[in-house]
Ligand binder design. Structure first.
Ligand code: SF4
Length: 378
């Protein structure tokens, strides 16, 4: 009789526990569905400031995506934002025809808000931050990115701090002030032929992109910042290819420049950025086939630092933060924004990043990324 009583009590307890769990999860789900939920970035720091940023789009009108499925599973494995790309500005002085982060807004967060977001990311596990654009050196003549670089290295102690730039606005003065805090400066270079650069739009007026490139290379050596080249191979899919650099042989120049890493990726079409009715660019004519991309890679196979990135590898394997600190989900071919991590915290924003962590590791996203650990041969 006692055994029967004990077994019934156990069963009742288990059922009660399961019911409480279900109610709790339903409550979390409904909370996240509320358009103005009060989930804050940290316990006592509900943002609110994003409403008045630079007098541009108020937060209530920000085009943010609301959850359509239960986004927070307390038992699911948590994604750690190990490596983050913060595109804090969309403005640029170049006009590359395939650009996939175009000047759709002129918005830039106030410096203190950007720092607060970076601190949240560091607390969530970020070890590498890359500042990108637009052109990062265009905001306050490089002082904005300089302060962020310094803050991340000196105050937050982030392992790797890097910038992707077109190289045209980088000055020696900037290196004097901020060079010691920077690990990697990646400069985009699609061609060593001035005419090809002009056709692509990779220059400002008559200023030579190649002169800027070589000057930045020298500064990196002088100030001991690892130098990385980013190369876009224009790609045209299923149509007549009208690319400008796919037949170029860049081996000699790359060997001379001797970057620590040469990332070569396929031109990617992103709806709303470089293709589609709302886009500011028409990149279709830049697209090449996979075979052409492979042929370019074969031609450069002896360059040891080459890191190839096909569209498949590239599309969802980057954690991309836009100018409002919203993660951009590219899984459906366009950039769909999460809510700002300043408003909802890193974990909640990450649920809508579309990030493919496995592909991140597969494409070699984690590498020796701190200059302290690199064997730099200047
Ligand atoms: S340099 Fe070219 S690709 Fe880069 S942001 Fe400017 S226009 Fe876009």
């Amino acid at each position: 009789m006692m055994e029967l009583f004990a077994a019934t009590a156990c069963l009742l307890c288990a059922a009660l526990f399961a019911l409480m769990l279900a109610i709790n999860r339903f409550r979390i789900y409904n909370k996240l569905k509320e358009p103005n939920n009060n989930l804050c970035a940290t316990e006592n720091t509900c943002c609110g400031r994003i409403n008045s940023l630079n007098g541009e789009l108020p937060a209530a009108k920000l085009p943010t995506r609301m959850p359509t499925v239960m986004p927070s599973d307390e038992y699911a494995e948590k994604v750690v934002p190990l490596s983050v790309n913060y595109h804090f500005t969309r403005k640029c002085n170049y006009k590359c025809g395939f650009c996939f982060h175009t000047a759709k807004t002129s918005f830039v967060l106030p410096l203190d808000d950007a720092k607060r977001g970076l601190e949240l990311l560091k607390n969530a596990g970020m070890k590498k931050i890359n500042f990108s654009g637009g052109e990062p050196f265009i905001v306050k003549k490089g002082a904005f990115v300089g302060e962020l670089v310094k803050f991340c290295k000196q105050t937050l102690g982030v392992e790797s701090v890097s910038i992707v730039s077109n190289g045209s606005l980088v000055s020696e003065r900037w290196f004097e002030q901020y060079g010691e805090f920077l690990d990697i400066l990646a400069v985009s270079c699609d061609s060593f032929d001035a005419d090809t650069n002009e056709k692509i739009g990779r220059q400002q007026g008559q200023k030579s992109h190649l002169i800027s490139l070589r000057s930045v290379r020298r500064l990196c050596a002088d100030y001991k910042v690892a130098f990385k080249l980013n190369t876009v191979v224009a790609f045209k899919l299923n149509t007549v290819v009208n690319t400008h650099n796919k037949d170029e042989n860049m081996v000699e120049e790359i060997m001379q420049l001797n970057p620590c890493r040469w990332k070569v990726f396929q031109c990617l079409l992103i709806d709303g950025e470089n293709t589609g009715p709302d886009a500011l660019r028409r990149a279709e004519s830049f697209v090449i086939t996979n075979a052409e991309f492979d042929e370019f890679l074969r031609r450069h196979k002896d360059v040891e630092c080459l890191v190839p990135e096909s569209n498949e590898k590239m599309q969802n394997s980057y954690l991309i933060l836009d100018e409002y600190m919203r993660f951009l989900d590219c899984t459906k071919g366009a950039k769909e924004p999460s809510r700002s991590l300043l408003d909802v915290g890193v974990d909640n924003a990450l649920n809508f990043s579309g990030f493919d962590e496995k592909m991140f590791f597969k494409r070699g996203g984690k590498y020796v990324w701190s200059k302290a650990d690199m064997q730099l041969d200047w």
